[in-house]
Design a protein around this ligand. Sequence first.
Ligand code: ADP
Ligand code: MG
Length: 714
Amino acid sequence: MTTTVRREIPIAGMDCADCALKIERALQRVGGVEQARVSLGAERATVVFDPARTSLAALARTIEDLGYRVSGGPEASARPPLPDIVSGLFVVAVAAAVLGGLAAERLGWVEAASRLVPAPVAVAAVLVGGFPIFRRVALALRARTVTPHALMTLGIAGALAIGEYGAAAVIVVFMRFADFLDAYAAGRARAAIRELVALQPLEARVGRDGQETMVPAAQIRPGEIVLVKPGERIPTDGVVVSGRASVNQAPITGESVPVERGPGQAVLAATINLDGVLRVRAEHVGPDSTFGRIVRLVEEAEAYKSRAQRFADRVTAYYIPIVAAVAAGTWLLGGSATAAVAVLVVSCSCGIALATPVAVIAAVGRAARGGILVKGGTALEALARADAILLDKTGTLTLGRPRVTEVCPADGRDAGEVLAAAAAAERYSEHPIAAAITAAAGTAAPHRPASAAGWPDGSPISGGQAADVQVAPGQGVVLREAARQIAVGSRRFIEDQGFEVAEAMDRRARDLEAQGQTVVYVAEDRAVIGLVAVADAPRPEVPEALEQLRRLGIRQFTMLTGDNARVARAIAQPLGIDFQADLLPQDKIAVVRRLQRQGRVVAMVGDGINDAPALAQSDVGIAMGAATGAAIEAADVALLRDDWRLVPGAVRIGRRAFAVIRQNLLGAVAYNVVGIALAASGVLPPIFAAAAQVVPDVFILLNSGRLLRAGRAV
Ligand code: ADP
Ligand code: MG
């Protein structure tokens, strides 16, 4: 069995999506490389390889052979190298002289025959000014890839061959200008990521060896105590051990109203301690923190290709040969070498390759700032196309903080006994009902780290004692301890365990349920000993959010719940939505599948606690309040703030992004088709063709920029 490692290689000098693709392909061809992905936005390659067969150095060489630099950090690429600037200025000067000469000729100031720029100077300008591009084309050819720049290079060679030296110089200028624009567009897209990364806490104050020292935030050890003073960023996810403060969580949630944090409460890395001195026990550090995961997910978002982009990619594969054929035809059949050169020149544009990634990065970056974490373009696309929305009840339509409203003991039992028994079992469940019951019984479960899979310390399980717990998601809990057995759960669950519910208790339960309260039954050993009713407040902003979604044209809303129909109706009816009740987690998946078979694009909103499978099955799973939970991984879209209005906000961002992507692609394709037709028919001379090929890039850049600026999503 071979073991592979995963390494990240920072790359400088990539200026369009095409470059990223080129490097990616080259890396994938290296023996021993299992997986390679190059991110334009994050300026790095992520490679999974077998260290026995290749090395980091070899991979770096592969990248450098293509003409890019393996950099130490993002600053390295901030400025183009000096020779590029000098050669650029030289060719700009020559081209200006050529154009000036043309204009002067038109105005009749000089004789047509006289040339301001002698041919040798123009040729030198072409060779020097175009060198960075020729070099890249040559390197790409050596790596067996043909880029659109190859067409352009061919066009320049053609222009020189037919004696249009001035035109060739002008072409080089526009080509360099287009490259600059592409780099600028890529930089703009990166800005969304850089802005996010800039929020990263850099240093932390820890107590080591009996004294306070500053260490890089990434070097905090989990479990270590960190001191955070007023005005400082909290450097790690953790739990407050002492002190109180208002904390601005906007970097994570987009919500600027501060929250109060004190002992026992969780705080997140990158949030800001406004006014107190906090001692925090570190839990998740650096890349493992919620913030670290957000940054990584945003960086990876662009790796996606929309369906439209995949189509465009297929077209691009044929594009170069087709353009070459059109140019050849124009020359051989039409007899015009000048027109053939114009065809080659007008068709070179990075535009099509840029269309999707620039828009996706901009939209995802913009969404993250508003507290919506969209995991890539696939999720963005599904958001844009969603036409059915499924909603979980507990924790999603309701606050998920139910309170015990009534304990109803069976004959001969007392309420305290019922509650204590229920709490003994619920200690092991993460369900909101469990939290309500343990809180009411005064036996709140010890704090558990948000994503912990295991049991709290000191639990009978980790203590190795004879206790056996079964948590049945969407049903209930069974605890078997040395002397007793306790079951807590829904009516169906308790009956499945072989218990019977007495007539009087059944009547009481129906009454409570008709009011929207959830009833769970408690059984000990042989009999049902009572019921516990819990009520959960509805989220106040849900009606408004649903209204916004309706205005976006979404018509189908269905609440899915494991609760029974009486409770479901009490909650769903006032909201004007459908419901399906008595569902087990696998039934929820079946509902999603059924809709998908009907051709619906399903968005499911849940809290990720027991609906993760349905979230995963839906086309886009949206998890509420994910900032402090494991749900951040469970869903395609994580709402980092508990606010339903982020749901229509996310849909809007998706739709805007897709409108822009469609415009980008259509615009670029239509423009190239028209441009090639005009060039082939001789209407567009090479000089203007060169100027024209910059237009799609400018269009895509400006059009995608709208996503960054777009007003508040929510
Ligand atoms: P929802 O679909 O409303 O989120 P769930 O699927 O989580 O609800 O649970 C459905 C039903 O199963 C609850 O109404 C409750 O009756 C029962 N149940 C689930 N988990 C528990 C638990 N830990 N303790 C008691 N009852 C539970
Ligand atoms: Mg739930």
